[in-house]
Design a protein around this ligand. Structure first.
Ligand code: CP
Ligand code: NVA
Length: 309
């Protein structure tokens, strides 16, 4: 495995390795112990969309491992003036050991990976957000000590988070219920792939219109923004369509009493989630955000050092 550009690049063993390596790396940080196996390592961090968590956790993560990250955005690089991604891939490969990219279409990341001789990590596209799902699975594992058989309810837009989650849940044998309005379902490719994987792992993949069916006895209630980056113009229209899928205290009553509330953040209070649930005692969103750091460090080590389980 050279790149991590889709959740489909992973499998159960890979995810289990990431979880155990993340636990090891997190422990080091908590004890204040330095762990710098990547002395002199460099990474290019390309962001063609805004970011708080992903950018900072990658920059800090690379630094903590002993390396250096170079941040690039569209405006201040030649990407904004139309330099092809395939040329950027070959040039950056001559300078750095890893390329991380957040952009629009998945095809752009695929092309970058094809022309790059160093590993490429997808830091979010319109279709996927696989790094977030690694952090989410690790967070659930920390709280529940297992993933297989747990029920996850994903409410709202069948967006990039939902696509990547379908695959992650399928690999880990989870029950994944996505409740979305009509016309906002996850992409058929991901639903099909998830169902294929589920046949082997015992996962259950359900796409429904009914938020209560999704949340009923759920171990995890997950939501994300209703208008993703690039969909700002649709935001007002989406607010009306998605309101029945808001995660509020009425809806979460249907979940198990010890459910976890998760959100990749940034959150829009009063839209996809109420203040009460986001700040409530079942919310683990800050741990979830922290775990981006640990799981991405584990991912980098797996990709560049071929770390054994
Ligand atoms: N969850 C997430 O990817 O956040 P950012 O957009 O701040 O990176
Ligand atoms: N679905 C959101 C996730 C942000 C981390 C977006 O793409 O904007």
């Amino acid at each position: 495995m050279k790149d991590f550009i889709s959740m489909l690049d992973a499998d159960r063993l890979f995810i289990e390795n990431i979880i155990s390596l993340s636990a090891f790396l997190k422990e080091k940080v908590k004890k204040g112990e330095n762990y710098r196996p990547l002395d002199g390592f460099t990474a290019a961090l390309i962001f063609e969309k805004p970011s708080t968590r992903t950018r900072v956790s990658f920059e800090v993560g690379v630094y903590q491992l002993g390396g250096h990250g170079v941040y690039m955005d569209t405006k201040s690089s030649q990407l904004g003036r139309g330099e092809p991604i395939k040329d950027t891939a070959r040039v950056l490969s001559r300078y750095v050991d890893l390329i991380v990219i957040r952009t629009y279409g998945q095809k752009r990341v695929e092309e970058l990976a094809r022309f790059s001789t160093v590993p490429v990590i997808n830091a979010l596209t319109d279709e996927e957000h696989p790094c977030q799902v690694l952090a989410d699975l690790f967070t659930i594992w920390e709280y529940k000590r297992r993933l297989h058989g747990l029920k996850v309810a994903f409410l709202g837009d069948g967006n990039n988070m939902c696509n990547s989650w379908l695959i992650g849940a399928a690999y880990m044998g989870m029950k994944f219920y996505a409740a979305t309005p009509e016309g906002y379902e996850p992409l058929p490719l991901y639903v099909k792939k998830a169902k294929e994987i589920a046949e082997k792992t015992g996962a259950e993949i359900v796409i429904t219109r009914d938020p209560v069916e999704a949340v009923k006895d759920a171990d995890v209630v997950y939501t994300d923004v209703w208008a993703s980056m690039g969909q700002e113009e649709e935001a007002e229209e989406r607010k009306k369509i998605f309101m029945p899928y808001q995660v509020n205290s009425g809806l979460v009553k249907h979940a198990k009493p010890d459910f976890l509330f998760m959100h990749c953040l940034p959150a829009h209070r009063g839209e996809e989630v109420t203040e009460e649930v986001l700040e409530g005692e079942r919310s683990v969103v800050w741990d979830q955000a922290e775990n981006r750091l640990h799981t991405q460090k584990a991912l980098i080590l797996k990709l560049v050092r071929k770390v054994k389980p």
